[in-house]
Design a protein around this ligand. Sequence first.
Ligand code: AMP
Ligand code: MG
Length: 338
Amino acid sequence: MKQAIDITTPETQFGIFAIQEAIRLIKHIQSQMDIGHMTKKDESPVTLCDLAVQALIGYHLRKEFPEDVLVAEESSSILTSSEGAETLKKITKFISPFISDVNSKQVCEWIDYGTASPAKRFWTLDPIDGTKGFLRGDQYAVALALICENEVQLGLLGCPNLTTQGDELRGGEGSIVVAQKGNGAWIRPLNSETSFEQLQVSSHADTAQLRILRSVEASHTNSEKTNLFLKHLGIKSEPIYMDSQAKYVVVAKGAGDLFFYLLPKKNPDYRMKIWDVAPGAIVVEEAGGTVTDLKGGTIDYGAGKTIANNPGLLVTNGQFHAEIVEALNQVSSSRSLS
Ligand code: AMP
Ligand code: MG
């Protein structure tokens, strides 16, 4: 086990504050918009929350670290249509209790701080990771990481619907997780001032007993091959279906043992974005687990906004990582792991 986390570094303090503020804003919007009754087709509330969070974090980052750039998922360009203008008005209204004297032009500027390209030192943000989970009132995450010289130095995940407790998943007031390079991964209830508890992956090594996490959204992977793979390994336990980078927290706290993203049949060249992977990966690695692509390759964070050099993703507790890579290769009948 590692040394204690130092939450007093300016970057970590900023990250914790940014995640907590973001989730406070999301809950404020939820209280005004009844997002729980929106359907999957209703993209607007999701977009609105995504953009609002990106604006809020963009604003605070620029204030705290004026030199740092933000590489994030959204841009204000979708707010230029007439429908977009309505959304922008709403975002501005929702943000106003959080930042005084805000106007729509500023909101667009803050959102667009996030359109920067990766630099020597940059932050990456997925304002709402796990859109479908968010709409269902299930798992979603606000995901933020600091990358310096192609290495993730700090990762933060705010998971409003994930409990900090052992093997449990839901309940409590949600979790905030912080991982610092070399200092471990740590969790505490989202809005508490209590001290952080260190996360440690499981030591399960018997493949038949492995607890696997799976995406709810089948199009994000190759479900057929996943099923074949589970059969091949003789995995008996029921998968835990979950959206978002909350899955990394479940592995980091030892309540699950592995998950992976195979290349979707319809989209075999798909590559994940940097904000989809960096925050969660450092959490699992600092808790003792392993994160690679499907071939066992180290994740290259220097390839731009996309993890262009790494096909798919494999996240495990580190006990059997090489065996899983091998097994995935065996199950995959084609040359590529699709
Ligand atoms: P999950 O939260 O498990 O449903 O997975 C979310 C991840 O799926 C995102 O972080 C993306 O990297 C990935 N993803 C999103 N869209 C696609 C797609 N069309 N094909 C494959 N993966 C995708
Ligand atoms: Mg998103």
